[in-house]
Design a protein around this ligand. Structure first.
Ligand code: F6P
Length: 358
């Protein structure tokens, strides 16, 4: 007999259902008596006891389905120790639900913030297994997160579409790609989509270098330029500001996002016509790609195996092409950012892609 709780937390992505299916299939194939409690809307369901007893049939036929059948919500880690508006101790409430249901393990699918809370629950004595989800690919300790490849395909398709129209009009086009703190998605989509300039948070840009790169293309007879700009791209000046100062500046800004600010500066300084495209949450939508389906099947099966062995307190990650159990306390709170000097950036620069820094 096994009693498992499962929840999806934080921003959704395409392969959450595929990953849950992997876990449940991996267990039901090996355990005769399996109870699965699905918590609704992430940690909220665990805090407020909003759950449903599910069967393995609920997880059948969902491999290709985007979103999450359990729903999700953002419950910031920094507020977990802060009582809710009715004075409820959230951590104690989560422990209460877990013990009331007599769970053997709680399977938690989510990104960095979710992982920190999973680790907190582990410290509080709960058996947890975390699966690394995020289109941002910024979870420390795993080579890849699920959702990344699916989002990458969409972001790349967007740049592909922009390419044809940009060429017809001789314009500068900016495609804003998700990624507030890290630039994995814009970096990969930019390269895959043939962008000429890529701006990511890890490499603060100088707008004059961006203009130089556009001018260089013009001199080479190329009428259009495409920029892949991360949501969190930052200028060299702004990178010097404190978090608080930057927040205040952004609040006062007349631009809806950094891409519009870059667009305005390029128009002003180069006289070129600029258009901005923001695919936004489309990047998290639709079916998981084949790569993510395989990845989630592997991660799910490996999570099931850890549960069968009663080996808890891990993130199940992918390291050098193999699934691995990585202790949560070694990874929680760490962010996997792009190294500005990594081989991929050097090679992108080698073929002439500008990052706004040189
Ligand atoms: O973490 C995933 C992500 O899609 C980021 O790339 C993006 O910055 C953020 O979530 C958007 O969050 P929300 O869905 O809350 O608008």
């Amino acid at each position: 007999m096994k009693r498992i709780g499962i929840l999806t937390s934080g921003g959704d992505c395409q392969a959450l259902n595929a990953a849950m299916r992997g876990v449940v299939k991996g267990l039901s194939h090996n355990v005769d008596d399996l109870e699965i409690y699905g918590f609704y809307d992430g940690y909220k369901g665990l805090i407020y006891g909003n759950y449903r007893l599910l069967t393995s049939a609920d997880f059948s036929g969902i491999l290709t389905k985007g979103g999450t059948i359990l729903g999700t919500s953002r419950q910031p880690f920094k507020l977990m120790r802060v009582p809710d508006e009715n004075g409820l101790d959230k951590v104690e409430a989560m422990k209460h639900t877990y013990h009331k249901l007599n769970l053997d393990c709680l399977v938690i699918l989510g990104g960095n913030g979710t992982q920190k809370t999973a680790n907190l629950l582990r410290e509080e004595g709960l058996h947890v297994i975390h699966l690394p989800k995020t289109i941002d690919n910024d979870i420390w300790g795993t080579d890849i997160t699920f959702g990344f490849q699916s989002a990458l395909n969409i972001a790349t398709d967007t740049i592909d579409y922009i390419h044809t129209t940009a060429a017809s009009h001789n314009r500068v086009f900016i495609v804003e790609i998700m990624g507030h703190k890290v630039g994995w998605l814009p970096l990969h989509a930019g390269i895959a989509g043939g962008a000429d300039i890529i701006l990511i948070p890890e490499i603060p840009y100088n707008i004059n270098k961006v203009i130089d790169a556009i001018d260089k293309r013009t001199k080479q007879g190329k009428g259009f330029t495409i920029l892949a700009v991360a949501e969190g791209a930052i200028s060299k000046q702004d990178a010097k500001l404190s978090k608080k100062e930057l927040k205040a500046k952004m609040k006062k800004s007349k631009y809806p996002s950094v891409s519009y600010e870059v667009a305005a500066l390029v128009e002003e300084k180069s006289g070129r016509e600029v258009r901005v495209t923001v695919p936004g949450h489309m990047q998290r939508g639709g079916s998981p790609c084949a790569f993510d389906r395989v990845l989630c099947t592997q991660l799910g099966a490996a999570a099931a195996q850890a549960i069968l062995e009663k080996d808890y307190g891990y993130m199940i990650g992918m390291v050098n092409g193999r699934t691995e159990r990585i202790p949560l306390n070694e990874v929680a709170g760490k962010l996997k950012t792009v190294d500005p000097n990594c081989q991929l950036i050097q090679e992108a620069k080698q073929i002439g892609i500008c990052f706004g820094d040189e």
